[in-house]
Design a protein around this ligand. Structure first.
Ligand code: NAP
Length: 465
């Protein structure tokens, strides 16, 4: 018992750090993802528990109130529908960044006017990143939740990038002034205020379609600001956790940009998702072929190889369990069924994997885009369930298309294409899909859950086929 208390806390923090790293590693594969979530949760419990033993704490009353309040708000926040996870994640970043900004502000005024240069530069970085992430994440969450008072389309005006960069330059300039003379304490509040406004200005020119990528980038900023806070509070755990958060958010943004064949500058400044009036007007009325559940079931039952491509519509309709029934039914008939997963299908990375895993579809039936693309020319039926942009051949063929160059699932190379969706409405990118007008394409109009259920019923009544 001679060991000072300090050492125990360090050991607890070390265990928490190791668990955070293991958590990220395990979460990178579906088969170990659950273990990854547990590791992250235990790591966080250890981190919070360890912090409560800090010797600096003299009164637990406010901490207890904050813990209870946090739990009351956090539990319902965690219960949202899967499709609302991106905006929920954005809210979490907003809360984290708000906390970082408040702690940074409090630390400045506790230390002012004698703030050492290094500490002042870290504090300035912390509150600028924290402030812009707080308001930016709130706007991003509002856009994704389609709140009526926040425009979904990019809000742009002439000289916008110059105005934005100038604001950022002023905030950084104030930070430098404070490093040189921390006694100008009023400038600190002005700097925080500019960072808060900059967060809004940074996000409004970005369209809803790019929000998931932006949220991942804001995740990165939130992590970096937390790492800066770790330096201020002299917490190694916070530095490591912030750095992990910052780098993983950044890597995820890069993966998403690659999957959409977009650059960071294009996502941040490209105003993707503007209404393309001229293109929309140029769309001549074209005809499509539609089919009934009965006809679709007949075509599927006659196939020997089927590739199912799920998308956002399957998630909205919560059709994954019906899709599982369809998978069982077709596999029992000896038909080979695989799932083609596009990296940005749905509204967050891994969205389709999570839904299909929830419905107990075997992991080895899920194929990544490149693998499934090589199989599609030998496929009898490509069955698209609520996916649109990720199957749009314009990405390959039309240099004028906003999604030109985005890697897609080459469903048009299958012998027959069947598309379940409710209407001819576009997907998230807001553009028409030429696939629907191909001779080999059959449109199956209806809600994904209902239509797949109808096909399963037809197939079950038809099992002697
Ligand atoms: P999508 O292009 O948004 O299309 C989804 C389709 O589902 C819509 O055309 C809609 O057509 C249909 N739908 C909606 N509700 C339905 C229902 N209840 N039943 C049947 N169909 C329904 O989806 P996606 O192909 O999955 O592509 C994802 C898009 O999000 C891409 O543009 C991608 O770049 C973007 N994005 C994704 C991520 C990510 O991390 N996953 C990140 C950034 C951007 P109807 O209205 O006619 O039914």
């Amino acid at each position: 018992m001679n060991l000072p208390e300090f050492h125990w806390i360090e050991v607890i923090y070390l265990a928490a750090t190791a668990l955070f790293i293991l958590s990220l590693m395990w979460m990178s594969a579906p088969s170990t993802a659950r273990r990854g979530v547990w590791a992250g949760e235990i790591g966080m419990a250890l981190a919070i528990g360890g912090t409560l033993f800090e010797r600096g704490i003299i009164d637990y009353e406010w901490i207890a109130i904050a813990l209870v309040l946090g739990a009351i708000i956090g539990v319902p926040l965690g219960m949202v529908q899967m499709t609302a996870v991106p905006q929920r994640t954005a809210l979490s970043h907003a809360f984290g960044a708000c906390c970082v900004t408040l702690v940074g502000t409090a630390e400045f005024y506790l230390r002012s006017p004698a703030v050492p240069k290094f500490m002042m530069s870290v504090l300035a970085t912390e509150v600028i990143l924290g402030g812009l992430t707080f308001t930016g994440s709130l706007v991003a969450a509002g856009k994704l939740q389609e709140l009526s008072f926040i425009p979904q389309r990019p809000v742009t005006y002439k000289g916008q990038n110059v105005v934005n960069l100038a604001m950022l330059a002023v905030a950084i300039g104030l930070g430098v002034t404070l490093v040189l003379n921390p006694a100008h304490s009023i400038l600190f509040l002005v700097m925080v205020g500019i960072a808060l406004i900059f967060g809004v200005m940074l996000i409004i020119p970005i369209g809803g379609a790019d929000m998931p990528t932006v949220i991942s980038l804001l995740n990165s900023y939130a992590g970096l600001s937390a790492a800066a806070m770790g330096f201020v509070l002299n917490s190694k755990l916070l530095i490591v956790a912030g750095a992990l958060d910052g780098s993983s958010g950044f890597i995820l943004s890069v993966i998403m940009c690659k999957a959409m064949n977009r650059s960071f500058t294009n996502v941040l400044f490209g105003a993707f998702g503007q209404v393309q009036a001229s293109r929309a007007a140029a769309q001549e009325a074209r005809t499509v072929r539609s089919a009934s559940p009965e006809e679709a079931a007949g075509i599927l039952a006659a196939a020997s190889k089927v590739v199912v491509v799920p998308g956002y519509g399957m998630a909205v309709a919560q059709a994954q369990h019906k899709v599982r029934e369809l998978f069982d039914n077709l596999t029992k008939k000896g038909i080979e069924v695989t799932f083609g997963i596009h990296p940005v299908a749905g509204r967050m990375p891994g969205h389709m994997n999570v839904l299909l895993a929830e419905a107990d579809i075997p992991y080895d039936r899920l194929k990544e885009m490149d693998d499934v693309n090589s199989e599609l020319p030998q496929t009898d039926v490509a069955l698209i369930i609520g996916a649109n942009d990720v199957t749009n051949p314009a990405a390959r063929t039309d240099p004028g298309s906003p999604i030109y160059g985005m890697p897609i699932l080459d469903v048009d190379k299958a012998r027959t294409v069947m598309v379940i969706k409710r209407s001819m409405n576009p997907g998230f990118a807001g553009i028409d899909n030429p696939l629907y007008y191909f001779d080999k394409t059959l449109m199956l109009f209806g809600d994904a859950k209902g239509f797949v259920g109808d096909i399963v019923r037809e197939l079950s009544g038809n099992s002697s086929h």
